[in-house]
Design a protein around this ligand. Structure first.
Ligand SMILES: C[S@@+](CC[C@H](N)C(=O)[O-])C[C@H]1O[C@@H](n2cnc3c(N)ncnc32)[C@H](O)[C@@H]1O
Length: 494
């Protein structure tokens, strides 16, 4: 795999030479085991967690991209099914080609022309073979609502190649689509039920190009890049562009001067796999996995999520770290119902597959500030606290956070207990924790992105102090804790 510092990847005003990734070095014929590079999007902040999981479960080193929230790793295709079982990855793709230092031309016209020319020179064969093998492994989306994975991010637009008709250029004669991949091939093992028939009675492949672009030095928009690159892909393969019912999604990821072309291997993000009953602030299972790994659950640990919402964290724990026991609680009856339904859904899915093992999890309705749990009896507390935006309010957090830290300290085992707490209300959390030094020690913070909000995952260690014998145990009223200035900020925020 090329290193990110590989200067030979590009130079002068010409486009960078393709980097020699495994996907381009090892040839193949259909059915062979080949080596390719897989790219995965992961929750930002938990890239290293993903790399650790990949090393543990697939045995290879992952490279963390400059573009936060992505990892790349080599696999042989016999390991493809294991890639789909990773718990830390959201979306998967196979790399067609990557350029670490792509030298974009100055003018928009020249750059777009070059992107068009690129399409016919890329080493598509191995990536398409992986896409084909992946057809039986990937989880099919129940129904596509307005497309596969298009998001309304400013820099993320999905564009079918058909829009490129006005700027298409002639392809060099010597370039032709890899054998068996022209649009009228019969070799496709895709969801072709709704694909068009070609004149020969075979299936016409539908595709779209999605461009994700980040960086402010580009003379073109992601829309224009997807349109022109997509047009050239269409011309090269003779595929049909379709924004919503596509068989193949080609990804054009541009991050400053890094360009990665890939083919998507997931129809919907893997983070949705546990939850059937969503709530207003359901956490991605991949983020839950990262939080769980932070606290290293051990066999027979009692693990509490006292504000479980839909149960995303304890469910991920009960599935992946199933030698511990989880208690999921919430004071909202709708949240408790959703958690119960989510647990039942997974139990049923397992039973349908012939598995008799239940999940080590129970659900309770409670008020976190007064838990029906014995003092010093819990090993780990892991929860996603109300940010005070969509859930609760900033104002309420000034009461809630100190109360819940105190009650968590009561039930948590002194000396060995841990807490992993997620919040975006960093100011309130920092204030509350700074007054709890006798009960909690802040060990580590992971900064994450939750739905576009910059949030902290705080790893706390319970001190050895016996509950009831520190000044922190005494409840301080909101008025006593705050200075006047903070009160003003709080009002502005709420
Ligand atoms: C951010 S949400 C948790 C979302 C959850 N992680 C999920 O994936 O669905 C916070 C939860 O805290 C609950 N909550 C707020 N105050 C509480 C209290 N005093 N006791 C118990 N739960 C509380 C809310 O009802 C809400 O479900």
């Amino acid at each position: 795999m090329s290193s990110q510092e590989d200067e030979s990847a590009g130079g002068g005003s010409e486009p960078a030479e393709p980097s020699s990734s495994p996907s381009t070095e090892i040839g193949t014929t259909s059915g062979d085991i080949i080596t390719v590079t897989i790219g995965a999007t992961v929750p930002t902040g938990f890239e290293h967690t993903a790399a650790e999981e990949i090393k543990e479960k697939i045995g290879v080193d992952a490279r963390i991209s400059k573009d936060r929230g992505r990892v790349f790793f080599p696999i042989t295709t016999d390991k493809l099914f294991q890639v789909h079982l990773l718990r830390s990855v959201d979306n998967l793709f196979v790399v067609v080609e990557e350029y670490h230092h792509y030298q974009f031309k100055e003018s928009k016209e020249e750059t777009l022309m070059e992107l068009q020319q690129l399409a016919s020179t890329l080493p598509w064969t191995n990536a398409l073979e992986v896409w084909k093998q992946n057809g039986t492994l990937k989880k099919k989306k129940g129904h596509r609502r307005g497309g596969n994975t298009a998001k309304s991010k400013p820099n993320c637009e999905g564009v079918g190649g058909s829009m490129a008709s006005t700027e298409q250029q002639e392809l060099p004669q010597e370039n032709s689509a890899p054998e068996g991949w022209a649009g009228d091939t019969q070799a496709m093992e895709t969801s072709t039920q709704d694909s068009d028939e070609t004149g020969h009675g075979s299936k016409l492949i539908k595709f779209r190009v999605t461009c994700n672009r980040a960086g402010d030095k580009h003379s073109f928009s992601s829309n224009e890049a997807a349109r022109d690159f997509g047009g050239a892909v269409q011309e090269f393969f003779q595929w049909k562009a379709d924004m919503t019912k596509f068989d193949i999604e080609v990804l054009l990821n541009i991050h400053n001067e890094e360009v990665v072309i890939g083919i998507a291997l997931t129809e919907e993000s893997l983070h949705r796999r546990n939850i059937s009953h969503f709530g207003p602030t359901t956490l991605r299972s991949t983020l839950c996995y990262g939080m769980l790994r932070l606290c290293k659950p051990q066999a027979s640990d009692i693990i509490l999520d006292p504000m479980c919402g839909t149960g995303a964290i304890p469910l991920e724990g009960a599935i992946e770290f199933n030698h511990s026991f989880y208690v999921a609680g919430d004071n909202n009856d709708m949240a408790v119902n959703r958690t119960v339904n989510n647990i039942c859904h997974i139990q049923k899915r397992r039973a349908d597959k012939g598995s008799m093992s239940g999940l080590p999890i129970d659900t309770v309705q409670w008020d976190l500030c007064s838990l029906p749990i014995r003092t010093s009896s819990v090993d780990i507390i892991i929860t996603d606290m109300p940010f005070g935006k969509r859930m609760g309010s900033r104002k309420k957090n000034w009461d809630l956070y100190p109360s819940c830290l105190r009650e968590m300290a009561r039930v948590c085992r002194p000396g060995s207990g841990k807490a992993v707490l997620l919040t975006q209300d960093k100011k309130c959390f920092s204030k509350a924790i700074s007054r709890m030094g006798g009960l909690w020690r802040k060990q580590h913070t992971v900064w994450v992105n939750v739905g576009g909000l910059h949030a902290g995952v705080y790893l706390l260690k319970r001190t050895g102090a016996v509950f009831g014998q520190t000044p922190e145990d005494v409840y301080e009223s909101r008025g006593a804790v705050h200075m006047q200035g903070e009160e003003k900020d709080d009002k502005e925020l709420s």
